[in-house]
Design a protein around this ligand. Structure first.
Ligand code: ADP
Ligand code: MG
Length: 338
């Protein structure tokens, strides 16, 4: 008798959910990426009990028809790529077709969606990945996804969630890094029914001022550099206005928020001795590169990327930042190198 049996999808989804959905913040990030990919110009985030009770993301994007709405929670079902080659030209944030399958298998999941061409919205309710209810309801154009009781059926995972303060900090960081960067989108965030922010102004400097305080942007150096290989746009803090938290360095590759040690180190080195012990400069930098020169498929959470040629990226990035810093170093012993 054969000993091997193929796991049912509901089991496979639950297992791989561990990699995609580590905590409430990962759910928030995946749902926001979907809303952005759907072309939303308005996104609302509602959180209750640090995401343990409710995560709801409402967007005014394209919505889905019934067929797609049923498919979107299936494993490896995506509208964003149809073959591996598509990764070479990828501009969307999603591509793995795993997020909704994973999230819906470990929560009470509700999807409400309406396309412009439809006069009503479709609502689907899933429990642990199993369809429990489908109905036609009234609703706005776009998509609203509610995730309740995350990990209710994975007690080990639920038990390892940290305090509400910690989980909420991670959620807030996910929302903030996208809401500051996607300035063409109107963002609103509520925590336990209290409005935390409402970003409306499409100017990134204004958004930074709203977030950090009214004259924050006066302490910024603006960077705009471009060659055939790489473009670098964004802001770094003037040497006199250094921040202490590493978390205040936001790097984006092709508008995807990423963590990259080479970029953080190069930034740190560009400030060199201007930094005191444990100081880290503020940075919000958007790098643009041909998608074929960067691998975004390094990890299911899509936070890491691998450059095809890390040295070329560094060789452009470092001098650009260094020059910008030197031009704004007004300390008495600064050696001015134009
Ligand atoms: P991926 O984003 O990698 O394609 P997901 O599991 O996150 O995988 O989503 C599956 C599919 O469901 C997407 O490719 C998209 O077609 C659709 N979808 C998900 N969220 C939305 C949304 N907010 N609006 C419109 N379509 C969506
Ligand atoms: Mg996605």
């Amino acid at each position: 008798m054969a000993k091997i049996s193929r796991l049912p999808d509901t089991v496979a989804n639950k297992i791989s959910a561990g990699e995609v959905v580590q905590r409430p913040a990962s759910v928030v990030k995946e749902l926001l990426e979907n809303a952005i990919d759907a072309g939303a110009s308005r996104i609302t985030v509602m959180i209750k009990d640090a995401g343990k009770e409710l995560i709801r993301i409402i967007d005014n994007g394209t919505g889905m028809n019934r067929e797609d709405a049923l498919l979107c929670v299936e494993r490896f079902a995506t509208s964003k790529i149809s073959g591996v080659d598509d990764l070479d030209t990828l501009m969307s944030l999603g591509f793995r077709g795993e997020a909704l399958a994973s999230i819906s298998s470990v929560s009470h999941f509700e999807l409400k969606t309406r396309q412009a061409s439809s006069s009503f919205a479709l609502k689907f309710r899933y429990e642990g990945g199993v369809l429990a209810e489908e109905s036609e309801v009234s609703g706005e154009e776009g998509t609203s996804i509610s995730v309740r009781n995350l990990f209710y059926n994975v007690p080990a995972r639920r038990k390892f969630l940290k305090s509400n303060a910690t989980e909420f900090r991670h959620i807030f960081e996910s929302v903030r890094s996208l809401a500051l960067a996607y300035a063409d989108i109107e963002w609103r965030m509520y925590n336990d029914d209290e409005e935390l922010f409402h970003f409306r102004n499409p100017d990134i400097r204004e958004r930074l001022n709203y977030y950090y305080g009214s004259d924050f942007s006066e302490g910024l150096i603006s960077i705009t550099e471009e060659n055939d290989y790489l473009s670098i746009h964004g802001f770094i803090g003037k040497p006199g206005m250094l921040k202490r938290h590493k978390a205040d360095q936001l790097f984006y590759i092709n508008r995807r928020i990423i963590q990259n040690r080479m970029l953080s180190q190069a930034l740190q080195q560009a400030y060199g001795e201007l930094l005191e012990d444990r100081q880290a400069p503020f940075a919000m930098l958007f790098l643009g590169i041909d998608p074929s020169r960067v691998d975004v498929n390094v990890h299911p959470a899509k936070l890491e990327v691998k450059f095809e040629d890390e040295r070329s990226v560094r060789n452009m990035f470092y001098p650009v930042v260094k020059r910008a810093v030197q031009l704004h170093d007004f300390s008495p012993d600064a050696s001015f190198v134009p």
